[in-house]
Design a protein around this ligand. Structure first.
Ligand code: IGP
Length: 259
C-alpha cells in the first residue's frame, strides 16, 4: 500500500469515528450561521505571484519540521510578510496538525485559509466550512472520478473553493474533465516522495485558459519562484523551506523578493 493509500484508509476510520460524535446533520445545522470567508482564488490572483504559506509540524517525507511550534505566530508572520493565504494541515497522525491548529490560525489572521486534508467524505467538506475555511484541497490521486465531481460540487455549493491537486498527466486530464478552475500541481510524488519542480514545468502547459495554477511542494529559493512564474504558475504553496527558518514570515518575504 502506498503512503497515500495508507493515510486515506486511516482517514476513513477517523472520519467514521468523528461522525458518531458530531454527525453530518450537526454540522449542517450550523452552516447558516457561518460567516462568509474571503475569496481564496481572488487573493491568489491579486499579486504577481500568490503565496499559500503552510503551517505544518511534521510530515512523512520530512519528519519533524519545527519544534517548538506556534501556529498563530507563524501565520501572523506569513500575513505580515505578504502571504495571500494560509494552508493548515488537518491530519494529526502523519502531519501533527488538526482542528486546534486551524482554529488558532483562523483567530490570528484575516487572509483566506486552505483546509489541507485528505478528503474522502462529504463530512470533511461541511467541517471545513464550519471551521472557517475558504478553500478545500482535493487530491485527484486519492479519489474516483465520481467522488471528484461530487466533492467539487459540494465544495462550491457551500461557497468554498476547491484546490484540485494533480501529480501527473493522467491526473491533470481527470482534473480538467471534472471541471475545476483551480489546479495545484504537486511537485512531490505522494507515493515515492520524489520532489522535482520539473513536474510543474511539464504539466503547466496542459492547464486550460482561465484556470488558476498553483505549484506545490519543494519550492526553496527566489530563483525557483521566478522559474515557476515563467512556467505559468499564478501561485505557490510552500511549507518546509519557510518553517525550517527561525522567522518563517521573513523567509516568505525573501522567497517573493525577485517577483
Ligand atoms: O513543505 P513543502 O515541500 O513546501 O510542501 C508544501 C505542500 O505542498 C505539501 O505539504 C503538500 C502538498 N500536497 C499535499 C497533500 C497532503 C499533505 C501535504 C501536501
Amino acid at each position: 500500500m502506498s503512503i497515500l493509500e495508507q493515510i486515506c484508509a486511516d482517514k476513513r476510520v477517523e472520519v467514521a469515528a468523528r461522525k458518531e460524535i458530531q454527525t453530518l446533520g450537526d454540522l449542517q445545522a450550523r452552516l447558516p450561521a457561518i460567516e462568509k470567508r474571503p475569496d481564496f482564488v481572488k487573493a491568489l490572483r491579486a499579486t504577481p505571484m500568490g503565496l499559500i504559506a503552510e503551517v505544518k509540524r511534521r510530515s512523512p517525507s520530512a519528519g519533524l519540521i519545527r519544534d517548538p511550534f506556534d501556529p498563530a505566530a507563524i501565520a501572523q508572520g506569513y500575513e505580515a510578510n505578504g502571504a495571500s493565504a494560509v494552508s493548515c494541515l488537518m491530519d494529526h497522525k502523519y502531519f501533527g496538525g488538526g482542528d486546534d491548529d486551524f482554529c488558532a490560525v483562523r483567530g490570528a489572521v484575516g487572509i483566506p485559509m486552505l483546509y489541507k486534508e485528505f478528503v474522502v467524505d462529504s463530512w470533511q467538506i461541511a467541517h471545513a466550512k464550519t471551521m472557517g475555511a475558504s478553500a478545500v484541497l482535493l487530491i485527484v490521486g486519492a479519489l474516483t472520478d465520481k467522488e471528484l465531481v461530487s466533492f467539487i460540487a459540494e465544495i462550491k455549493a457551500l461557497e468554498l473553493q476547491p484546490l484540485v491537486e494533480v501529480h501527473d498527466r493522467e491526473e491533470m486530464l481527470r482534473a480538467i474533465d471534472a471541471g475545476t478552475d483551480c489546479i495545484g500541481i504537486n511537485n512531490r510524488n505522494l507515493k515515492t516522495f520524489v520532489t522535482t519542480l520539473d513536474t510543474t514545468f511539464e504539466l503547466a502547459v496542459m492547464a486550460p485558459a482561465g484556470c488558476t495554477l498553483v505549484s506545490e511542494s519543494g519550492i526553496k529559493t527566489p530563483e525557483d519562484v521566478v522559474e515557476l512564474k515563467l512556467a505559468g504558475a499564478h501561485a505557490i504553496l510552500v511549507g518546509e523551506s519557510l518553517l525550517r527558518e527561525p522567522a518563517p514570515g521573513e523567509a516568505a518575504a525573501h522567497l517573493l523578493s525577485l517577483i
